[in-house]
Design a protein around this ligand. Sequence first.
Ligand SMILES: *[C@@H]1O[C@H](CO)[C@@H](O)[C@H](O)[C@H]1NC(C)=O
Ligand SMILES: *[C@@H]1O[C@H](CO)[C@@H](O)[C@H](O)[C@H]1NC(C)=O
Ligand SMILES: *[C@@H]1O[C@H](CO)[C@@H](O)[C@H](O)[C@H]1NC(C)=O
Ligand SMILES: *[C@@H]1O[C@H](CO)[C@@H](O)[C@H](O)[C@H]1NC(C)=O
Ligand SMILES: *[C@@H]1O[C@H](CO)[C@@H](O)[C@H](O)[C@H]1NC(C)=O
Length: 826
Amino acid sequence: MTSSSHISLPVPSNFIISLLILTSFLLLTSLASIQSKSCSGKVVISGNATIFSENRTFELGFFNTNDESKWYLGIWYASIPTPTYVWVANRETPLRSRDSSALQIDGGKLTVTENLDSRCDVVWESGDLNGDTTSSDGEYDVKLLEDGDLVVVDGHAVVVWRSFDFPADTFLPGMNLTVGQTLTCWKTSNDPSPGKYSLRLRPPDYGEVELLFDNKRTYWTSGNWTGNIFSGVPEMTLPYIYRFYFTNPFTETATFGFTETMAQQKPLTRFNVDYSGQIRQYTWSPQTEFWNMFWSQPENPCRVYGLCGNLGFCNSKSTVNPCKCFDGFRPSDGSGWDGGDYSGGCVRNGGDGDCGNDEFVEIGDVTFDQDRVESFSGSGSDCERKCLSDCECVGLSYDQKRNACKNYYGEIMNLGNSSSDLGMIQDSLSVRVPRGVSGKKMGSKTVVLISVVSSFVVVLLMGVGVFVILRKKRVTRRKLEEESVFPVTNLKVFTYKELHAATNGFSDQLGHGGFGAVFSGTVDSTLVAVKRLERPGGGEKEFRAEVCTIGNIQHVNLVRLRGFCSEESHRLLVYDYMPNGPLSVYLKTGGRNLDWDARFRIAVGTARGIAYLHEECRNCIIHCDIKPENILLDQDFSAKVSDFGLAKLIGRDFSRVLATMRGTWGYVAPEWISGVAITTKADVYSYGMTLLELLGGRRNVEGPPDAGNGGETNEKWFFPPWAAKRITEGDMGAVVDERLGGEYNMEEVVRVGLVAVWCIQDEEVARPTMGMVVKMLEGVVAVEVPPPPKLLQALVSGESFRGVGGISQNNTFTGVSNESKDSQFG
Ligand SMILES: *[C@@H]1O[C@H](CO)[C@@H](O)[C@H](O)[C@H]1NC(C)=O
Ligand SMILES: *[C@@H]1O[C@H](CO)[C@@H](O)[C@H](O)[C@H]1NC(C)=O
Ligand SMILES: *[C@@H]1O[C@H](CO)[C@@H](O)[C@H](O)[C@H]1NC(C)=O
Ligand SMILES: *[C@@H]1O[C@H](CO)[C@@H](O)[C@H](O)[C@H]1NC(C)=O
Ligand SMILES: *[C@@H]1O[C@H](CO)[C@@H](O)[C@H](O)[C@H]1NC(C)=O
């Protein structure tokens, strides 16, 4: 088209002008309507109004997390006190106030609007509600279903839109994961905007799920679907509460989901892509009012890509605060680190503009990821000189033998200490720091880490709390606080300085449990074990009250608390030293052997210790974490149970302990997972599991089902169901540790085996009390042959076991024949 042809049109010029004016007017009004659409649609809810699902399980409405000026439309559990949001609409565009917010049906869309300053802003919209008919706005209806699905139905009652098709970070029973859908984590525990981690069906095959960093780097995969589980997640066959399905795997129409198997009394349960990059599974415990976390992947938090950010060091041994900055560095985002978002990484302490006055600190053999590496040959000082000449250079590796340099530029990610961590490069690394900030010179292998005085708040989540003390106990505690007295005279109060000196500056670490590191020390020329609690919950008064309770519990089979320290943020406990360490070290392949006599005494002693906690001490305590790591051996190899009462001191971080064990779905009592009340029988279950390990001289879970057998399944990977079957069939010899070389008392072996299987019965009532366990082991009562536990059997047979609610007919503990039953069974 040419301008001449245009001019030649026989149109009056005033007409053109009016046309121009009209067009611009129309253009302006249409622009204005995008910015400020009329809030004229049909209002579903507004302000503080909410919608409940039929039986009030879920609620839809506007919420904020910790900022009164940021509101979101979301769905949460209506029936629990811990705010838990399963879906959020306007994740990236918060509303400024609740009063002016509304959910509407407008122009054939579901919209979230803000009517503020006489403007109506659409902050979120659903896309067209394409029904099979075109309904007018007034005909659409919005409902929140009992499973947490927000649906829009058209005039013909056809569901035309559902929130389940647009997941946020949470996967609920009944939801489907299909090709093209992703679950994306929150940015932090308080910020629903999308974070860096997401989960999806893995392209191009769509036969497994994967976790991704930044939508591109895969850092965890589930393994291919085998027909009923993902190959890397054998726990999926444990059918306590779920049934998983994967229709059309390895196709574009692949659909993965799960349902709850229980007919009645379904526990609240969810999977969630946490802002820490893990996929986690939670079940609500009404008794403890916490979300219990039972499963998470990747298990090692340091395998989450970029968790600690640039130059952040990830310590997989630390159960809380996994990320640290090296000396000379600080978290770039202090408040983020406090909230558990470490992704900002570490920055140099001062000297930002001035990179000229730097030196290097060797941090030793580490693993890390680095995109820009420059390799050249030269001496150590050549490496350093070259690095110092470029402010972008952040560190180097120098190989003295080969006289070779590797200089690193840009960011150093995924710094970790072991090959089980994520980093691909393994080398001795020296990082560049401002001169003089570090007391250590190059060559020192030790790394001085800034202790991050931060609370790793795992809000939203979990926690177990219970360490169920009877209510009586709480009254006692309150009384204590009021009186402010310290009734345990034999408990010594230490200063931090004293314990620092006693442990030689916390230099000799004995171990590291879920509650913190344990160090050896000397007090009054006797050896002690000093436990430094990593993240104590609660205040000083509560701490003292709990310590006091623990201090009052004394039994020959319980580790004695000698004293404690509570000073500023320091919480330490001083215990008797147990020279022969935890039972777990004797259950390792290649570990020290224990003869049968010692094993039998350990079995009986442990049972007596737990029975005392349950039945005899003044304030009944459920241990909640019976396992070989918590059974210590003194100089005579007598068993002493440790860590009782500690769960109370730690509060919700306790659930992390449960979750760090591979295969926890099979290790803790089913009632933990199905969300019903926890009783002392949960300890009985864990004790039974421990007995099997003692008998077999191995851990209950060893490697994946098909480890190293050329694809052939290793039926003993999960020992308990295999062992229980042999025991109930009378084949004790198959179960007993080969290292004993046949040297054992068969009668005792039979008793231990039968008791173990009684203890791990599915139903609490079918398990004996610990008092009864002691009698059975001692041979005071005769033990009958128990039935094999069905739930565990289902795991190895791979069959779906249905109907947890359906096995409760004749199931009260019936394991003894000639003695009156323990009075506690009724
Ligand atoms: C909701 O807001 C209205 C008016 O602002 C108020 O009267 C009412 O009490 C509020 N309801 C609730 C449950 O907060
Ligand atoms: C709500 O609870 C009632 C009574 O327990 C039950 O019959 C009904 O099926 C439940 N409704 C839904 C949608 O689950
Ligand atoms: C999920 O997928 C299953 C099987 O493909 C289907 O029957 C079910 O209706 C789907 N549920 C939802 C909420 O889309
Ligand atoms: C998963 O299955 C796909 C398609 O059959 C195959 O290409 C891939 O190698 C499998 N992955 C693993 C880890 O076996
Ligand atoms: C790495 O692990 C080794 C042995 O486990 C330990 O001695 C060293 O201090 C660790 N290094 C860092 C930086 O934590």
